[in-house]
Design a protein around this ligand. Structure first.
Ligand SMILES: Cc1cc2nc3c(=O)[nH]c(=O)nc-3n(C[C@H](O)[C@H](O)[C@H](O)COP(=O)(O)O)c2cc1C
Length: 355
């Protein structure tokens, strides 16, 4: 059911929701799937701060998704407060993906998303992710097999093409709609770009012109004004935020505040320390100490970008051997010293292993 989203006259013309085959996504600001990041802990952290309408699992290889494997490893588990919940799968074998899709439906996910955008050589080397942009016939076979198999809506996340000489985002979008895909998310870089240059958002507008299913734009959204500006200029149905959510998990809340005409929450150093501490505690509750520490290190890599002297924080946390040692470094860094934090940059130096 649609809620009332408070909107100031300045933003009254912007959509506040979109619908994926009957599932209302509201607000229309969603957390991007991110391997190694968007596990249940991070999703719940973001959702608890408000303003996020949809979350997704990390991209998961369809070959590892069977009812038996899911019962044993719990890697796609979620809590009721995460609904509507999307599971994202990768793969290129229609039969295997159909089997995995059924397991995802049985798990109770609301939406199944197929990844045709991941640029990592490990993924494209196996013909998955953005490699499918080089073979739309194969992509079509995959999408057809999956949409036939399940009754939950299937969505597609993709890039603009393999490289500048093979831009095929319009053909991909048309084909996806024709086989029954319920919504699209476009990260409008090419595979060849990886994370360099800028996401060319005019491509999102172009896709909007050729399909009638919802189109969500992904890439480079860094602050609240930027998000609402892109929603307006490019006519997207929704905005997807990845690295910006790691740099500033309050971003979704701030977008809602800007839309409502309220003052934006400005986290103090104490708020930032409390958030990182909460994240670490939540990780420690649900995973091994070493993994929890690694998760903290990864979040800090983006969270601290733009903070004065933050290289020292990253360095010291990265060299911490235990969560308590990392806590000590964070406590010292964030103790009241009056610095201000401008979240104006996204870290484009994403490891090639990430999607
Ligand atoms: C660390 C990391 C992991 C990612 N993993 C995935 C993934 O699992 N599936 C996916 O579709 N995209 C993945 N992406 C791409 C993001 O979903 C998003 O499209 C891209 O980062 C551009 O948006 P941003 O500028 O808001 O980060 C990943 C990106 C990053 C930085």
């Amino acid at each position: 059911m649609e809620k009332i989203i408070r909107t100031s006259p300045e933003y009254a013309d912007l959509p506040t929701s979109y619908t994926v085959a009957g599932i209302v996504i509201q607000p229309n600001i969603v957390l991007a799937p991110m391997v190694g990041v968007t596990d249940s802990v991070f999703r719940r952290l973001v959702l608890s701060l408000g303003g996020c309408g949809l979350v997704s699992s990390e991209m998961t290889n369809a070959a590892s998704v069977t009812p038996k494997a899911l019962a044993r490893h719990h890697q796609l588990d979620f809590l009721p407060e995460e609904r509507p919940y999307t599971v994202q799968l990768s793969g290129n074998d229609p039969q295997l993906l159909a089997t995995a899709a059924r397991a995802v439906e049985q798990l109770g996910a609301n939406i199944l998303d197929i990844n045709c955008g991941c640029p990592s050589p490990k993924v494209t080397g196996g013909g998955h992710g953005s490699a499918l942009l080089k073979d739309l016939k194969k992509m079509e076979a995959v999408l057809r097999a999956v949409t036939r198999e399940v009754s939950i809506p299937v969505t597609l996340k993709f890039r603009a093409g393999w490289d500048d000489d093979s831009l095929n985002y319009l053909d991909t979008a048309r084909m996806a709609e024709a086989v029954g895909i319920a919504a699209l998310a476009l990260h409008p870089r090419t595979r060849a770009q990886l994370y360099s240059g800028l996401a060319e958002w005019s491509r999102v507008s172009e896709v909007k012109q050729v399909v009638s299913i919802p189109v969500v734009g992904s890439g480079d959204v860094k602050d609240a004004a930027d998000a609402l500006r892109r929603l307006r200029i490019y006519g997207a149905d929704g905005i997807m935020i990845g690295r910006g959510a790691m740099a500033n998990p309050w971003l979704f809340q701030q977008i809602a505040q800007l839309r409502a005409g309220d003052a934006l929450f400005q986290p103090t150093p104490a708020d930032k320390l409390a958030l990182l501490t909460r994240y670490l505690d939540m990780c420690l509750e649900s995973m091994h100490e070493r993994l929890a520490l690694n998760k903290l290190k990864q979040l800090i890599g983006q969270f601290s970008v733009g903070m004065p002297h933050s290289a020292a924080l990253r360095e010291s946390v990265h060299h911490s051997a235990t969560p308590d040692e990392a806590r000590g470094h964070m406590d010292r860094f964030f103790e009241p010293s009056g610095f201000s934090f401008q979240s104006s940059a996204l870290n484009n130096e994403v490891e090639l292993l990430s999607c």
